[in-house]
Design a protein around this ligand. Structure first.
Ligand code: HEC
Length: 191
């Protein structure tokens, strides 16, 4: 049998013996202990940041955001303006936010930033003069109703922004809700 290797100064021999084998009570090296303590501190910080403060989106939210971005890029590269595509855009937060920005700078002066109507009609109720289906709303935005004071916006803001702004209006509506016909919009008296 090999003789025991010489012990470090601080090592003590543990009292038990198994099959003639003995072991030293070795102290764990500092680098090892630091890694352990560091991991504990990190875990507490990580838990606090993600679970307690919820300071950053979790994995599932990040996936949803990334998918919305991909979808927005895809929709914007070829803005199709059929009902199904426009409903889809109206559920995409990136598209809707872009539409909100355009609406507030370009449309809110006549329709108000709450879309409830002033010079131009309310766009959040169920009453529509020119049709409330997505493709009809897009057509009104694109071509306008010049004789009644609604400018044609297609040539001014382009197809992409017109689709975004339509998606923004649709974000206030749900697919399949009843659409009622309104003969004309009577602007509310100025306050
Ligand atoms: C200069 C004022 C004015 C601005 C700016 C304006 N609109 Fe209008 N809009 C009107 C008027 C007036 C009507 C009503 C037309 C009618 O009576 O036929 C209208 C009608 C509409 C309709 C049809 C509503 C219905 O009931 O069928 C939509 C949709 C619409 N506007 C969207 C927009 C969007 C989107 C923008 C911005 C890109 C915009 N409007 C900017 C004045 C405006």
């Amino acid at each position: 049998m090999n003789p025991l290797p010489p012990p470090d100064d601080e090592d003590t021999l543990r009292p038990h013996v198994f099959d003639g084998i003995q072991e030293y009570d070795k102290r764990l090296p500092n680098w090892w202990l630091m890694t352990l303590y560091g991991a504990i501190v990190y875990a507490v910080g990580y838990w606090g940041y993600y679970e307690w403060l919820r300071a950053a989106p979790d994995g599932a939210q990040e996936v949803v955001q990334a998918m919305a971005k991909i979808e927005a890029t895809r929709l914007a590269s070829a803005p199709t303006t059929d009902d199904a595509s426009l409903w889809k855009m109206s559920q995409n937060p990136i598209f809707v936010e872009a539409g909100r920005a355009t609406f507030n700078t370009t449309c809110a002066s006549c329709h108000t930033d709450k879309l409830t109507g002033a010079i131009g009609p309310n766009l959040v109720d169920r009453l529509w003069i020119h049709g409330g289906k997505p493709a009809e709303i897009y057509a009104t935005v694109d071509k306008g109703v010049l004789a009644k004071g609604m400018p044609p916006w297609g040539p001014v803001i382009g197809a992409k922004k017109a689709a975004e702004v339509t998606a923004y209006i649709l974000s206030y509506h749900t697919e399949g809700e009843p659409i009622e016909v309104q003969a004309a919009w009577i602007p509310p008296p100025p306050k």
